[in-house]
Design a binder for this molecule. Structure first.
Ligand SMILES: Nc1ncnc2c1ncn2[C@@H]1O[C@H](COP(=O)(O)OP(=O)(O)OP(=O)(O)O)[C@@H](O)[C@H]1O
Ligand SMILES: O=c1[nH]c(=O)c2[nH+]cn([C@@H]3O[C@H](COP(=O)(O)O)[C@@H](O)[C@H]3O)c2[nH]1
Ligand SMILES: NC(=O)CC[C@H](N)C(=O)O
Ligand SMILES: [Mg+2]
Length: 542
């Protein structure tokens, strides 16, 4: 990670022990304009090439006494900066300092009332965590273990009727632990607790804003690319890569070459529309490479979703490397023909619009967090790829990227586009992908999205798409028996795509969509609507 960003901002380090809510801690810090970075709990402090002003230890699905449970590097406590442990983080602090943790007789999942304990004169530091909060506050718990013996030199600063050590603080050092999840919105005053830790205790300057992020990121890109370096960009017309491309264009102008790959599983007319949109709206000149035959041949007969992602992720990189070689060869030829022309640098970098959720869902941090699916641009990359990655948005969430896009002057219709996954219709066609299946899925999807737009609902929905099932059902059309496929409509509302709920459509819109799909798309005689949230489902079906 660039050290420049750490020179410019006071940063908080979040060590992730695999909790579902770890990412929310990063959000809460950025919301108070403090830059933070989350690293796996296996990070050794001695290997860190920047100096955080505070450290937060997340929760975890493990119990501290489990065999193989993730362990905090004890150097965290001697690093000389404040530490806050949340849930498992608190339990790790207790265990590391001579306290005890045991399974509790009253497990707490959900709301609890925390009684804040003020220690008073001589304990100003310990009392700072709940600065401005007196008496009781509602908190949200999710634990089956708890601290049963306080470590020496620690005091209780909060308790619940069943958890006597629900918040603790060292008597003189800035080390704190809370059993409740301060980062979730269901702990209404949790934000204040994180704010007290980050601002009053760690004394971080709240100077991280999107505007400064843009300036610093542009400077960072210029620095890594040098005077002549050139970058090839994987650009899909989606929100993330468009924002990344705009940033890159601002940084290095025409030394940036945007490439979109037609992988044969795009939406109908997508390549043409994206080419036009990128040039007209962003001033970015895009090369569209038609590699659809190669992708579809490789995908032949493949049913396993992870396999589909890997094939597509790998093939993407092959195509980008080939394009990079072509661009370099063209520059060499130009130089041969006109020796006075300026020599152009090598293409060493590949820009991707990777976001934080792509990373967290794809990578299992050796144990604690589970791999949900390997997003093609993270886990599906080619092992021995020559191009080095530049991923300016890797730390951000979707809504933050949209805010960044607006600041960069990207038009609303582009910033507001629903996400479309890189592996495209290959993960929306269940079963093997064939040209015929792609055509059916494209037609159904076009009708679905057209009707959503016509009803004025596009911006209320976070993501909508049609899924094509490989099963057949009996129907009757024009007095004839049909035996055709089933289309599933999916529409979700979500803030960050980590959790999502299904969208409640007005029935007449669903009726119109269903009737148009069954009338206009040959091979489909049934349309159903998916009413699963995430969890237990995911947004995509594969
Ligand atoms: N067809 C494509 N051609 C080139 N690059 C692609 C293509 N599809 C995806 N990518 C690359 O993979 C990255 C991840 O894809 P993803 O779909 O998550 O992001 P996006 O397409 O930029 O935005 P959105 O999430 O809004 O669809 C993209 O940012 C882009 O760098
Ligand atoms: O570029 C991508 N490559 C992938 O392999 C991939 N898998 C899921 N997604 C998108 O990620 C978001 C969350 O989706 P899931 O709930 O299905 O994991 C949704 O927006 C999905 O469309 C992908 N995007
Ligand atoms: N949310 C958590 O961090 C839980 C920690 C531990 N697994 C417990 O049940 O207490
Ligand atoms: Mg996309």
């Amino acid at each position: 990670m660039a050290t420049e960003i750490h020179d410019a901002y006071d940063s908080v380090l979040i060590l992730d022990f695999g909790s579902q809510y770890s990412h929310l801690i990063t959000r809460r810090c950025r919301e108070i304009n403090v830059y933070c970075e989350m690293l796996p709990c296996t990070q050794k402090m001695a290997d860190l090439d920047w100096k955080p002003k505070g450290i937060i230890l997340s929760g975890s699905p493990f119990s501290v006494y489990d065999e193989g449970a993730p362990r905090v590097d004890p150097a965290v406590f001697d690093y000389g900066v404040p530490v806050l442990g949340v849930c498992y983080g608190l339990q790790e602090i207790a265990l590391n300092h001579g306290g005890k943790v045991d399974p509790c007789t009253h497990r707490e999942y959900g709301f609890a009332t925390l009684e804040v304990v003020k220690l008073g004169a001589g304990h100003e530091l310990a009392d700072k965590l709940f600065e401005g909060i007196c008496g009781e506050m509602q908190v949200w718990m999710s634990h089956g273990d708890q601290v049963t013996a306080l470590p020496p030199h620690y005091n209780v600063i909060g308790k619940t009727p069943t958890a006597p050590y629900a918040a603790i603080a060292h008597e003189s050092k800035p080390i704190f632990g809370v059993q409740f999840h301060a980062e979730v919105t269901h702990s209404p005053r949790g934000k204040e607790v994180i704010k007290s830790f980050v601002l009053s205790i760690c004394k971080c300057k709240p100077n991280w804003t999107m505007e400064t992020f843009i300036d610093k990121e542009i400077a960072r890109i210029r620095q890594i690319c040098g005077e002549k370096g050139r970058v090839i960009g994987a650009v899909s017309g989606g929100v993330d890569s468009s924002v990344a491309a705009k940033l890159m264009h601002e940084a290095i102008g025409d030394r940036f070459h945007a490439v979109m790959v037609d992988n044969g599983v795009l939406r109908e007319n997508e390549a043409i529309q994206v080419h036009k949109m990128l040039f007209e709206d962003l001033g970015v000149n895009l090369t569209v490479v038609d590699a659809s035959d190669r992708f579809l041949t490789k995908l032949e007969g493949v049913e396993d979703p992870e396999q589909k992602r890997k094939i597509i992720g790998n093939m993407f990189i092959h195509v980008f490397e080939e394009e990079a070689a072509k661009i370099e060869a063209a520059a060499e030829k130009e130089l041969e023909e006109n020796p006075k022309a300026e020599a152009k640098g090598k293409i060493e970098w590949l820009l991707q619009g990777t976001l934080y959720p792509d990373v967290i869902e794809s990578i299992s941090f050796k144990g604690p967090s589970a791999t949900i699916k390997t997003h093609h641009n993270v886990g599906g990359l080619l092992k021995d790829m020559k191009l080095k990655l530049i991923e300016p948005l890797r730390e951000l969430f979707k809504d933050e990227v949209r805010a960044l896009g607006r600041l960069l002057g990207i038009p609303a219709h582009l910033v507001g586009r629903h996400p479309f996954p890189g592996p495209g219709l290959a993960i929306r066609i269940l079963g093997p992908v064939t040209r015929e299946q792609v055509k059916i899925a494209q037609k159904a999807d076009t009708i679905y999205i057209d009707e959503i737009r016509r009803a004025g609902l596009y911006d209320q929905i976070s993501q909508a798409f049609a899924v094509l099932l490989p099963v057949k059902a009996v129907g009757v059309q024009g007095d004839k028996r049909t035996y055709d496929q089933v289309v599933v409509l999916r529409a979700v509302q979500t803030e960050d795509f980590m959790t999502a709920d299904w969208y409640v459509f007005p029935p007449e819109v669903l009726r119109r969509i269903s009737s148009r799909i069954t009338n206009e798309v040959a091979g489909v005689n049934r349309v159903t609507y998916d009413i699963s949230s995430k969890p237990p489902g995911t947004v995509e079906w594969l």
